[in-house]
Design a protein around this ligand. Structure first.
Ligand code: TMP
Length: 220
């Protein structure tokens, strides 16, 4: 649960490469816009989400796999998130928007703790200094084997943003394990979705959980 009192709702989708987050976010946006015509529904992503955060994203996701040290990579992720939170997420939540975010801080706890630049505890401390205690109200982990996810990601038309995909299967296996560990640790906030199911089945599951949440929050 977000510790900041907000009028909006902050939902994140997490998961490895090719796990179908962006497809589901697009479908959820259309559904929510029809359901709640008077509410702003925002889809956004990390790294990115504001012009300056998108500039930082370009440094992170393009280029050679070892173009950044592990610490630089982590600090750039946090810098991008700081911009995103301060300039978009906090003001929009205060206005009552529903935010669907493709990745948030959990991505950093998982991905950046693997390469050894900072431990997960240090990353949590850095986050506290950068964005305070803001957290999604609800998070979904799209769980998929890295073999399947990387194969799906490899079929994308543009391969320009492939720096993380190039980190290899063993790295992405650790990503999957890291996510499952965090999702179990924070099982009130997280729902784990089997992302090998059909797009329609996953969409129905996400809608059911979000409908329930909207009801509990008195949003609809
Ligand atoms: P995307 O392809 O899902 O947009 O994300 C770009 C890559 O950035 C993806 O491979 C995961 C990685 N990433 C991190 O390593 N740490 C983070 O905090 C975030 C938000 C993304």
């Amino acid at each position: 649960m977000s510790k900041m009192p907000t009028k909006g709702l902050f939902i994140s989708l997490e998961g490895g490469e090719g796990s179908g987050k962006s497809t589901q976010i697009k479908r959820l946006k259309s559904w929510l816009e029809a359901l709640l015509p008077n509410r702003e529904i925002i889809t956004t992503r990390e790294p990115g989400g504001t012009p300056s955060a998108e500039d930082i994203r370009a440094l992170l996701v393009t280029g050679e796999v070892d173009s950044l040290t592990a610490k630089t990579e982590a600090l750039l992720m946090l810098a991008s998130r700081g911009e995103h939170v301060e300039r978009l997420i906090v003001p929009k939540l205060a206005d009552g928007a529903i935010i669907l975010c493709d990745r948030f801080a959990d991505s950093s706890y998982v991905y950046q703790s693997i390469t050894g630049g900072y431990t997960e505890t240090e990353l949590r401390q850095l986050h506290h200094l950068t964005i305070g205690d803001i957290a999604p109200d609800k998070s979904f982990l799209m769980d998929l084997s890295p073999e399947e996810g990387l194969a799906r990601a490899g079929e994308r038309e543009s391969q320009l943003e492939a720096r993380f995909e190039l980190k290899g299967l063993a790295y992405h296996q650790k990503v999957r394990e890291g996510y499952l560990r965090i999702a179990h640790q924070e099982d009130e906030r997280f729902d784990i979705i089997d992302a090998s199911q059909s797009e329609d089945t996953i969409f129905e599951t996400l809608k059911a959980v979000i409908s329930d949440l909207l009801g509990k929050r008195g949003i609809c």
